[in-house]
Design a binder for this molecule. Structure first.
Ligand code: CDT
Length: 306
């Protein structure tokens, strides 16, 4: 067996007024706990360093600049890189990126214990809207604050603890799109890491969506994606109530059979850990999802037509 010990480090709420040091301090404590529990990789949520700021409207984009990172690491995030080195743990971090050219992305990185960024991904499926929407109960302005990611869905072979694994990243809403999973499945992905911030209620005000279906749809998407592409998935939430706005948590680690191996039960900072045998990926990949034998791309042309 090729065992790697993966952890999802769920974060409880981060309030609008909280500075980076609040989130980073909590994350360092989670990395220490992860180390004590034998984890080799820790997956933090989407936009882990701040509150989920796309719910707040800024007419002038420049007024939103304080939500973005312009360097990684920076003085504020250096303690994460130091903890990675100290504990010998890799980590996945979601953050808002502003490039030197002024481009803005919803970004995730995988950082090796040495501090090297071994994989970077920029969110492709941006939910919500670009302009203030008076019909909504709460704004979801990702299309205002981010460009569509320009890196595709890269998968790299990266050191993961004592093993090497094919790793891919996605971010939040991407998990609901089978195309994102399949593009990584086609690259023999073995571990998908993703972070999410998902409100407990649908805030679009365009019809009723039952409250209890929100977690169901999240888990359904991650479990189906992992099963249909014969990979592990670590899906880490931001959870709890941020300035009155509830996020549903329920972080999970899923195996290539689509089974939940570990699940968070609080809506606070919480670490869940699972020993994942990467050899499990071979079963699906060599039988029902042996793409070379059974996939029929000639019948899928509509998928890539506009
Ligand atoms: N952050 C993010 O992408 N959240 C969205 C909320 C959309 S409401 C269904 C998500 O897909 O979880």
């Amino acid at each position: 067996p090729r065992i790697v010990t993966l952890a999802a480090a769920q974060l409880g709420p981060i309030q609008k007024a909280d500075g980076r040091e609040v989130a980073v301090g909590r994350m360092v404590r989670l990395m220490e706990r992860a180390h004590r529990r034998g984890a080799e990789v820790v997956v933090f949520p989407e936009l882990a360093l701040t509150t989920f700021f796309p719910r707040w409207y800024h007419e002038d984009l420049a007024d939103a600049d304080h939500w973005y990172e312009t360097a990684m690491p920076s003085d504020a995030t250096a303690p994460l890189f130091e903890a990675a080195r100290r504990y010998g743990i890799a980590f996945h971090l979601g953050y808002a990126e502003k490039t030197p050219e002024g481009r803005r992305f919803n970004t995730a990185i995988l950082v090796h214990p040495s501090g090297e960024i071994v994989l970077k991904y920029r969110k492709v499926h941006l939910p919500g809207h670009a302009e203030y929407d008076p019909r909504r109960r709460v704004q979801h302005l990702e299309k205002r604050y981010f460009e569509v990611g320009d890196l595709g869905f890269p998968v790299v072979r990266a050191p993961v603890g004592a093993q090497e694994a094919n790793v891919g990243l996605m971010i939040c809403n991407d998990r609901r799109w089978p195309e994102a999973w399949r593009v990584m499945g086609l690259q023999q992905v073995e571990i998908v890491m993703l972070g999410y911030n998902t409100p407990s209620l649908n805030m679009e005000n365009r019809g009723f969506e039952a409250h209890h279906l929100r977690v169901f749809h999240s888990h359904l998407s991650v479990q189906a994606g992992a099963y249909q592409n014969a990979c592990f998935a670590v899906a880490t939430a931001k959870a709890g109530t941020e300035d009155g706005h509830e996020l549903f948590g329920h972080s999970i680690i899923v195996n290539p059979q689509g089974e939940i191996m570990a699940q968070a039960t609080s809506w606070d900072d919480e670490l869940i850990v699972a020993d994942c045998d990467l050899d499990m990926c071979a079963l699906g990949r060599s039988t029902i999802f042996d793409f070379a034998r059974h996939r029929r791309p000639e019948a899928y042309r509509r998928i890539v037509e506009q």
